[in-house]
Design a protein around this ligand. Structure first.
Ligand SMILES: O=P(O)(O)O[C@H]1O[C@H](CO)[C@@H](O)[C@H]1O
Ligand code: HPA
Length: 284
C-alpha cells in the first residue's frame, strides 16, 4: 500500500472518530490479551466500535473486543484501544499498526502499550508486570517497510530510546506508590501464532530477551517514527516454553490478564494522572 493511500485511510478513520469524539485525549492505551476489562474502569465513556470506523481492521482473537473507548480516569482523559491486531491473524504490518497512524492524526502524544507475555527470565513469574526498556524485533519484517511518508517521520528513525526514559521513571514512581514491584526487561517479538519451543526460548534468553510475545514491537516502531512517546507494560501471563514445563494455552493467558487487570489498571491510572497534571502545568 503506498504511503499516500495509507495516509488517506488513516485521515478518514480519524475524521470519523472525531465526529463522535471531537476532542480526543492526548494519551492512548492499547490493551493486550485479557486486559480488555481495563476499559470498563473509565468514567464518562464514549464507545466507538472498530466496525464503525472506516478502514479499521477487526480483531479475530479471543480477549480483544474491538472498541475505541474515550473517557476519564480520576478526571484525566484517556483513549483506550480495546483490542489490537496481530501479524499472525493474517494482517499486514500496515494494518497491525493502523491504530497508531490514526491516533497520531487524532493528536495523541503519549502511547501506553500493554501486552500478555511469556516469562523467559526465571525471576519473572506469572503475574509480574514488566516495564519494557528495549525490544528485539524478530517478526521478520518492519512496519516502516515501503516508501516513507516524510510528513510523518524520517526514512531512518533512530531507535536508541524506543521506550521513553521519562515515562519509565514515572511508571516506577507510580508503582512504588502502589507497593508494586515493577520489573524491567527486554521484549522479544515473534510472529506467532504457535508458541515458542523450549529451544527457541533458550535462544531468546541468550539474545537478551526477558519476555516474549507476538505484538507491541510493530506498534512501538510506528509510534516512534511518528514522534509519539511510548511506555510499554508487559504482563507475564505464563512461564515461557520449557521454563516450568507447563503447557501454554491462550485461555490461561486471557485468564491471567483478567486477574491482573486491577493492578495494571491502577498503575496505568497513576501514570495517566501524572501526565494530565504535567499537561495542565504546561510541562508535558
Ligand atoms: O500481545 P497480546 O495482544 O497481549 O497477546 C499475546 O497473547 C497471545 C497469545 O496468547 C498473542 O497474541 C500474544 O501476543
Ligand atoms: O509464552 C508466550 N509466548 C508468546 N506470546 C505470548 N503471549 C502470552 N504468553 C506468550
Amino acid at each position: 500500500m503506498p504511503p499516500i493511500e495509507l495516509d488517506e485511510r488513516a485521515s478518514e478513520a480519524a475524521l470519523a472518530i472525531q465526529a463522535t469524539i471531537p476532542k480526543p485525549p492526548k494519551v492512548a492505551v492499547v490493551l493486550g490479551s485479557g486486559l480488555g476489562a481495563l476499559a470498563n474502569r473509565l468514567a464518562d465513556r464514549t464507545i466507538v466500535p472498530y466496525a464503525k470506523i472506516p478502514h479499521f481492521p477487526r480483531p479475530t482473537v479471543e480477549g480483544h473486543e474491538g472498541n475505541l473507548v474515550s473517557g476519564t480516569v480520576a478526571g484525566a482523559p484517556l483513549l483506550v484501544f480495546q483490542g489490537r491486531f496481530h501479524y499472525y491473524e493474517g494482517y499486514g504490518l500496515d494494518e497491525v499498526t493502523f491504530p497508531i497512524r490514526v491516533m497520531k492524526r487524532l493528536g495523541v502524544r503519549t502511547l501506553i502499550l500493554t501486552a500478555a507475555t511469556g516469562g523467559i527470565d526465571l525471576s519473572l513469574p506469572a503475574g509480574t508486570i514488566v516495564c519494557l526498556k528495549d525490544h528485539l524485533n524478530l517478526i521478520g519484517s518492519n512496519p516502516l517497510r515501503g516508501p516513507n511518508d516524510e510528513r510523518v517521520g524520517k526514512r531512518f528513525p533512530d531507535m536508541t530510546e524506543v521506550y521513553s526514559h521519562r515515562l519509565r521513571d514515572l511508571a516506577f514512581e507510580e508503582a512504588d506508590k502502589l507497593g508494586l514491584n515493577l520489573a524491567s526487561g527486554v521484549y522479544a517479538c515473534l510472529p506467532g501464532p504457535s508458541y515458542e519451543t523450549p529451544a527457541e526460548i533458550r535462544m531468546l534468553r541468550i539474545l537478551g530477551a526477558d519476555v516474549v510475545g507476538m505484538s507491541t514491537v510493530p506498534e512501538a516502531i510506528v509510534a516512534r517514527h511518528a514522534g509519539l512517546d511510548v511506555l510499554a507494560l508487559a504482563l507475564v501471563t505464563n512461564a515461557a516454553a520449557g521454563v516450568s514445563g507447563e503447557i501454554i494455552s491462550h485461555a490461561d493467558v486471557v485468564e491471567a490478564g483478567l486477574k491482573a487487570t486491577p493492578l495494571i489498571g491502577a498503575l496505568i491510572e497513576g501514570v495517566v494522572q501524572r501526565l494530565d497534571a504535567e499537561d495542565r502545568q504546561g510541562t508535558a
